[in-house]
Design a protein around this ligand. Structure first.
Ligand SMILES: Cc1cc2nc3c(=O)[nH]c(=O)nc-3n(C[C@H](O)[C@H](O)[C@H](O)COP(=O)(O)OP(=O)(O)OC[C@H]3O[C@@H](n4cnc5c(N)ncnc54)[C@H](O)[C@@H]3O)c2cc1C
Length: 472
């Protein structure tokens, strides 16, 4: 099954001990399956190191013997970066046993956390310390901090707090040679040469294995309000966004755009779902406000934004959640969209960003392009409008043959991504490159940029053992 010498597999397994080295196909196969079922990888060995020293010895041996290694966190990545290739010639290193919160420092507002801590578990630990960690994703019950950092995850709070890169102050990384780069510093200000940590954040496991990080935490907001507005068009949503940013500034912690089609899918899919508004609207906006001052301050802000939005004609109707359960129900309609697409048949997905002001133009042009590629295809457009990041997904026409629709994957991608490039946007806003977008990145990114990335890769990983075939 594998071209890796069994004696070498034994040497790797001895580093972590047999109890933490999986070899049977039934045990290793889940590490080759990813959430969308787009790739099926295979590996002869999954290693679960329990210390930084074990990770270091694994990578030193991998470089010495030129054995490729695939780091894996919670295995929720959507671009195939965390799964081995089908040839079964790579070893998977799972970080799940490095799962300690090493220190919470409420005065510096930092947490020092190991790579294998599950995001939701970190939320609980930080909550118990009367602080909050803002990174929030629908996969937070499984994804791990090392994976969040390596994919520079975005999510719903980027608008106010930035993506994972902005939340990271320091890293501890094992390099492919086995050396440990200990840069676990809590500094907000540090101008001492190149910012090396930022090369590892977003590297998708191609430069080394992150074993721990120092992350920013924040005082809990004292007031939080969630509102829903029906709008006539993406232009109206953009105008409402202008009102919200002017009035709320950094208190605006969420601004999500949702088309009618994804809302209908989500309402059909979600148990006991109630439409947020009584009328029909072609577009919807979910707004979240957080206040460090008081619940009344948050309430007054959201009321002012929605009232002004309606008075100026940007919003047609609006509702404010009347309880935490009501607010969670609004968010569930947004969060359930991806899952709600599954019963609607085959889909082709895009994770794009454009300048915020170009969102309406992108949506208008992309709708025409999609119709030309697949007449009747349903546009499932939703996402973090305040970040210019849309999940521009396309569901097959009703009653169409799923396979025939999926055969349109490349022309559909090209049609959508050509518009993104024309608007100076990004073909991967928050999910990364992995295997999914590697060829397109190499074919379309500026040659100098790709050459620089290759030089960085060669400098860090001269033997080419770290997650080969991903990103580059
Ligand atoms: C339902 C759902 C919703 C999602 N929503 C969002 C969203 O809103 N925003 C968003 O950005 N993403 C989202 N994702 C994608 C995914 O959850 C994130 O990319 C997440 O950050 C990946 O974490 P993970 O631990 O699962 O990493 P994995 O999938 O295991 O790995 C991801 C990449 O990081 C590398 N890696 C993992 N751990 C390490 C490490 N310790 N050191 C070095 N490299 C490592 C892997 O090799 C791989 O290339 C979603 C996924 C799902 C299934």
């Amino acid at each position: 099954m594998t071209s890796i010498d069994p004696a070498l597999l034994d040497r790797f397994a001895a580093i972590v001990g047999e109890a933490h080295a999986l070899r049977a196909e039934a045990d290793t196969s889940p590490y080759g399956q990813e959430p969308r079922g787009l790739w099926t990888g295979r590996t002869p060995l999954v290693l679960k190191p329990g210390s930084v020293d074990e990770v270091s010895r694994i990578l030193a041996l991998a470089t010495e013997t030129r054995t490729p290694v695939v780091p894996q966190g919670g295995n929720t990545g959507l671009v195939g970066g965390q799964v081995p290739h089908a040839a079964a010639n790579e070893i998977v290193v799972s970080l799940s046993r490095l799962n300690r919160v090493r220190e919470i420092d409420p005065l510096s507002n930092t947490v020092t956390v190991e790579a294998g801590v599950v995001l939701e578990a970190l939320h609980r630990a930080i909550d118990a310390a009367d602080r909050m960690f803002p990174l929030s994703l629908a996969s937070q019950g499984s994804c791990q901090i090392g994976g969040n950092l390596s994919s520079n995850a975005g999510g719903t709070a980027v608008l106010a707090y930035g993506n994972t890169r902005e939340l990271c102050l320091g890293v501890e990384v094992v390099l492919p040679t086995g050396e440990v780069f200990d840069d676990l510093r809590k500094l907000k200000k540090d101008n001492t040469g190149y910012d090396l940590k930022n090369l590892f954040v977003g590297a998708e496991g191609t430069l080394g294995i992150i074993t721990a990080a120092v992350l920013k935490i924040f005082p809990k907001p004292r007031g939080r309000e969630v509102g829903w507005a029906g709008v006539a068009s993406p232009e109206a949503a953009l105008a409402l966004f202008g009102v919200a940013t002017e009035l709320a500034g950094s208190n605006l912690t969420g601004f999500e755009l949702i088309g009618k089609t994804p809302l209908d899918f989500s309402l059909r899919f979600t148990d006991n779902a109630v439409p947020p508004l009584s009328g029909e609207w072609p577009w919807h906006v979910l707004i979240e406000i957080s206040s460090g001052r008081s619940p009344e301050d948050a309430r007054s802000l959201i009321e002012t934004i929605l009232t002004e939005g309606i008075e100026k004609g940007f919003a047609g109707d609006a509702a404010i959640a009347e309880s935490l359960a009501h607010a969670n129900a609004f968010w569930a309609l947004r969060e359930n969209i991806s899952e709600a697409q599954k019963p609607e048949g085959a889909s082709i997905k895009h994770d794009i960003s454009v300048p915020v002001a170009s969102v309406p133009e992108f949506i208008a042009r992309a709708a025409v392009a999609v119709e030309a590629v697949s007449p009747g295809a349903r546009v499932v457009c939703f996402g973090h409008m305040g970040d210019g990041n849309l999940h521009y997904n396309i569901s097959q026409p009703v009653g169409a043959d799923p396979k025939a629709f999926l055969d349109l994957y490349r022309p559909m991608n090209k049609a959508v991504h050509d518009i993104v490039r024309d608007l100076n946007g990004s073909i991967s806003a928050e999910h990364g490159i992995g295997q999914l977008k590697r060829d397109e990145l190499l074919a379309t990114a500026p040659a100098v940029g790709i050459d620089l990335m290759r030089r960085v890769k060669a400098a860090f990983d001269p033997a080419g053992i770290m997650n080969p075939g991903k990103v580059l």
